[in-house]
Design a protein around this ligand. Structure first.
Ligand code: URA
Length: 210
């Protein structure tokens, strides 16, 4: 049984995604919005981090309170657009390590081709959050997660800003153990495998390459 995907419906996330969709939003604002949405989404995706009880002395008394139990985190952006989400993620979890996975979509077959993978050496001991703004066919996410699992990661989540139903279904079927977090679930993919209504090419809009 796969975990039910978590579609964020927080007003701040929805508002910022609306601005991301607007074709008149320029690269600078686009990058800032991607970071802000990622930060808000990370807040939700880290909700189940384990905690431990500690005793501290407040100015008033001794108190039993909770702090993070120290489980280590790694963010793994899928190149290239995933890089745009790293700053927002690290803003919230500055101690996290960052791995990188490079895949591209073959323009003819639309299948992912691997060209780069560099992960923290202790990836097997970390909670891993794979990040990519757009979950379209799901091919890159499925392959990236396979590569990360092959290198020993056991605890993996996937976070995207916009998903297509086609990609979401494919990903949850291929990796039922991976909890998926999306900012919005859109209508469908068009004939060029772009998400509709989507926001266009996230990588081009982040890096201003169009
Ligand atoms: N990648 C993008 O950047 N946009 C899409 O719509 C689909 C894949």
């Amino acid at each position: 049984m796969s975990a039910t995907p978590f579609i964020m419906d927080h007003p701040l996330i929805q508002h910022k995604i609306a601005l991301l969709r607007d074709k008149n939003t320029g690269s600078k604002e686009f990058r800032e919005l991607i970071a802000e949405v990622t930060m808000l989404m990370c807040y939700e995706a880290t909700r189940d981090l384990p905690m431990k009880e500690v005793e501290i002395e407040t100015p008033i008394t001794i108190a039993k309170t909770k702090v993070l139990a120290g489980r280590k985190l790694a963010f793994v952006p899928i190149l290239r657009a995933g890089i745009g989400m790293v700053d927002g993620a690290l803003e919230l979890v500055p101690a996290a390590k960052v791995g990188h996975i490079g895949l591209y979509r073959d323009p003819v077959t639309h299948k992912p081709v691997e060209y780069y993978c560099k992960l923290p050496a202790d990836i097997g001991e970390r909670e891993v959050i794979v990040i990519d703004p757009m979950l379209a066919t799901g091919g890159s996410a499925i392959d990236a997660i396979k590569m990360i699992k092959r290198r020993g990661a056991k605890n993996i989540k996937f976070m995207c800003i916009i998903a297509a139903p086609e990609g979401l279904n494919a990903l949850t079927e291929a990796h039922p153990d991976v909890q998926v977090y999306c900012g919005a679930l859109d209508d469908h993919l068009n004939e060029n495998k772009y998400i509709v209504p989507g926001l266009g090419d996230a990588g081009d809009r982040i890096f201003g390459t169009k």
